[in-house]
Design a protein around this ligand. Structure first.
Ligand code: FES
Length: 120
């Protein structure tokens, strides 16, 4: 049974544009998983100290960022090794390239994501 405060929080989040994408247990530490929100592919990562969400497609040639290696606050694209900062979405060493960073919120064990306003 869902505690009343979590159910209330979930209702508030849903009405504010957040979508429940799974639970914290769905993503092993330092790995990512892909989800789709309103037709937008989003990669959600479990870091050592929380979660991060960015566009799932690399801005270079659409590599699957959810499958990249996560280290030092960055994910490395599995296709050609561009490193993307999970906080800013910037591609390191490639000025002007980047992906949208989405908001992540944890309620109980549930993971919620809200798309960045730039992509909504
Ligand atoms: S597709 Fe990501 S670095 Fe080329």
């Amino acid at each position: 049974m869902i505690p009343a405060e979590i159910a209330a929080a979930a209702t508030d989040l849903a009405s504010a544009g957040w979508l429940k994408v799974g639970t914290v247990h769905d993503i092993p530490e330092l790995e990512g998983r892909r989800t789709t929100i309103d037709g937008h592919k989003v990669a959600v990562f479990r870091l050592l100290d929380g979660f991060a969400a960015i566009d799932a497609e690399c801005p270079h040639k659409r590599g699957p960022l959810q499958d990249g290696l996560v280290a030092d606050g960055c994910v490395t694209c599995p296709l050609h090794d561009r490193r993307i900062d999970l906080e800013t979405g910037d591609v390191i060493g490639h000025e002007g390239e980047g992906v949208a960073v989405h908001e992540v919120h944890v309620v109980g064990d549930d993971l919620w994501v809200r798309l960045a306003t730039a992509v909504v």
